[in-house]
Design a protein around this ligand. Structure first.
Ligand SMILES: [Zn+2]
Length: 280
């Protein structure tokens, strides 16, 4: 066992056991933990132990990916597969963590066939069959009250891409479960994506501060208008982080995601709220 896991105990060959104190402090800030029953929190902790045993973390630019950072990332990654199984993340092993946003040089060919070199700052990236890359600064800003955009969560975003990539290049449609209707999924996503792109375009047509205010008022991150695959990743962030905004804005999308992830975060939140008010 490596020294970094001195606070962990191997269980068999497939999982680490995460110290309860570290687990509590690492997961306390995340919005997606709201309303979660203790039994489900415990299942998530066990799943994270299996995730940590199966994945390898690498820091860049001198960043040491601490135990707490690994647990933070694991918890956010594993919430997506809590009811699916850790096998949905099979086939790759590395998570690369930058201290802050990174800007790899990329080659792009425009419609006229001209090659351009770009260096866009990125908060995260998921490779088909390869690693997940994250900016830790953005991980720390995700999923809590300090998030830049409501529902923003770079870890959930990149791991949603990983699920989308299970059936090839990301296109906004991961492998659906038996009993789910692919045509209903596509119809719901197509309609919602068109509607959302229209709302983003309308906001961007406004001037100055009003444009930013209109973008801030959208129920999900405007980045979702980039493409169908980005829309799926962004609505996945919102599904777990701000279901109270996503469900009323796009009920058909919420329903499809509830069937896919086999979770109901809006109901969890409502139940948790009732428990909280009953206990105070
Ligand atoms: Zn993305």
């Amino acid at each position: 066992m490596s020294p970094v896991w001195s606070w962990l105990r191997r269980r068999g060959r497939a999982a680490f056991s995460i110290d309860p104190g570290l687990w509590k402090s690492a997961t306390a800030p995340w919005l997606f933990m709201r309303g979660m029953q203790p039994v489900d929190t415990e299942r998530l902790r066990e799943l994270c132990g299996r995730f940590l045993a199966a994945k390898r973390f690498s820091g860049t630019h001198g960043l040491e990916v601490s135990d707490a950072m690994q647990v933070q990332i694991a918890a956010q990654a594993c919430i997506l597969v809590l009811e699916l199984g850790i096998e949905w993340y099979d086939g790759w092993s590395e998570i690369i963590v930058y201290p802050s946003q990174f800007a790899p040089e990329r080659e792009e060919v425009d419609e006229a066939g001209v090659v351009h070199f770009t260096r866009d700052a990125m908060a995260g990236e998921a490779w088909l069959g390869g690693p997940v890359i994250l900016s830790y600064e953005d991980v720390a800003l995700s999923g809590n009250a300090r998030a830049r955009v409501a529902g923003y969560n770079v870890v959930i975003h990149e791991f949603a891409h990983k699920l989308d990539m299970l059936n090839g290049d990301p296109n906004g449609c991961p492998p659906l479960h038996r009993g789910m209707d692919a045509s209903a999924w596509k119809a719901a996503f197509h309609a919602a994506y068109r509607d959302f792109c229209g709302r983003v375009e309308a906001a961007e047509r406004l001037r100055g501060r009003r444009a930013q205010d209109a973008l801030d008022a959208l129920p999900i991150d405007p980045y979702g208008a980039e493409s169908a695959s980005e829309f799926f990743a962004v609505v996945s962030e919102a599904f777990f982080e701000t279901p109270e905004l996503l469900a009323p804005a796009y009920p058909a999308i919420y329903g499809e995601l509830r069937s896919f992830y086999r979770q109901d975060p809006a109901a969890r939140l409502a139940m948790g709220g009732r428990r909280d008010s009953a206990s105070t």
